[in-house]
Design a protein around this ligand. Structure first.
Ligand code: B12
Length: 225
């Protein structure tokens, strides 16, 4: 099978929440030497995007989405080691990633974290549904160069603002660059809440992160910006 057909097979299998087929397609794509980023972007993420469209049209319901997200995670377990194996491994800047409070969507955050790791960042993932005070605590302790905040709901986008305000209140805002992302997030929103940048997807997030830390020396605290 050609890579394009195999990617379609992967998308179809995720949409049908058929884990056996999805894992087999992922395995074949990796064996064929297809770039793991292509598998993530053109295969797995596209399937979730299509699923969202179907959800909007009322063609699928929550249980189907839960099942597909589960298959996505299992495929990601195969892809992530391949992604990391191809990445740069030198010590670099530290990043703290989190999905904000009230939000349990973590597939996109995980991809961004994995791609940052391949670009040489040291990523500390706080998980999902992370309250601002836990983020503040982690920033104080880990002294990262960057913070990445993911939000997938229009309601939880507000928590990105709350997190930035909490960093400000703790006197830590100047010490880190804050990146925001997630399907409903825009550059305009990022500017409005005083974030340092927004990226629409993982490859762009890596470019942005590299740009933001450019010129800052990596150090024990992950490099001060
Ligand atoms: C999968 C999914 C779920 C899964 C999540 C599983 C998981 N472990 O993540 C489950 C079933 C749990 C779920 C639950 C809900 N969901 Co939901 N979900 C989705 C769906 C279909 C796909 C999201 C996804 O994983 N996409 C694939 C990943 C790879 O893409 P991504 O997350 O956008 O990430 C990329 C970029 O955004 C960016 N990025 C992401 N984070 C970051 C961070 C930084 C710093 C940067 C720079 C970039 C970046 O890079 C990523 C990689 O390229 C979306 C539809 C959609 N179009 O987004 C709805 C969607 C987000 N959900 C929606 C809703 C309503 C819900 C529920 C409220 C449903 C309910 N009634 O319970 C709950 C909310 C639960 C909660 N409190 O969070 C709505 C949101 C509507 C809105 N405007 O607010 C959507 C849009 C679907 C719809 N009907 O329109 N959901």
């Amino acid at each position: 099978m050609q890579a394009q057909e195999e990617l379609k097979e992967l998308r179809d299998a995720i949409l049908e929440a058929d884990d056996e087929r999805a894992l087999a397609a992922t395995g074949r794509l990796l064996e064929a030497g297809v770039d793991p980023r292509t598998i993530l972007d053109s295969g797995m993420s596209q399937a979730m995007f299509e699923l969202g469209e179907r959800w909007n049209r009322g063609e699928v319901f929550l249980p189907e989405v839960v099942a597909a997200a589960d298959v996505f995670k299992r495929c990601n377990e195969l892809v992530e080691p391949a992604l990391l194996a191809g990445g740069r491994r030198q010590p670099s800047h530290r990043v703290v990633m989190a999905t904000v409070k009230g939000d349990v969507h973590d597939l996109g955050k995980n991809i961004v974290g994995a791609m940052l790791r391949t670009a040489g960042f040291e990523v500390h993932d706080l998980g999902k549904d992370v309250p601002a005070d836990r983020l503040v605590e982690a920033v104080r302790e880990l002294e990262p160069s960057l913070v990445g905040l993911s939000a997938l709901l229009t309601t939880t986008m507000l928590q990105q603002k709350a997190a930035i305000q909490a960093l400000e209140a703790a006197g830590l805002r100047q010490a880190v660059r804050v990146l925001v992302g997630g399907a409903p997030v825009t550059g305009q929103w990022a500017a409005e809440i005083g974030a340092d940048g927004y990226a629409p997807n993982a490859p762009e997030a890596v470019k942005l992160a590299l740009r933001l830390v450019e010129g800052a020396a990596p150090g024990p605290g992950g490099g001060a910006p």
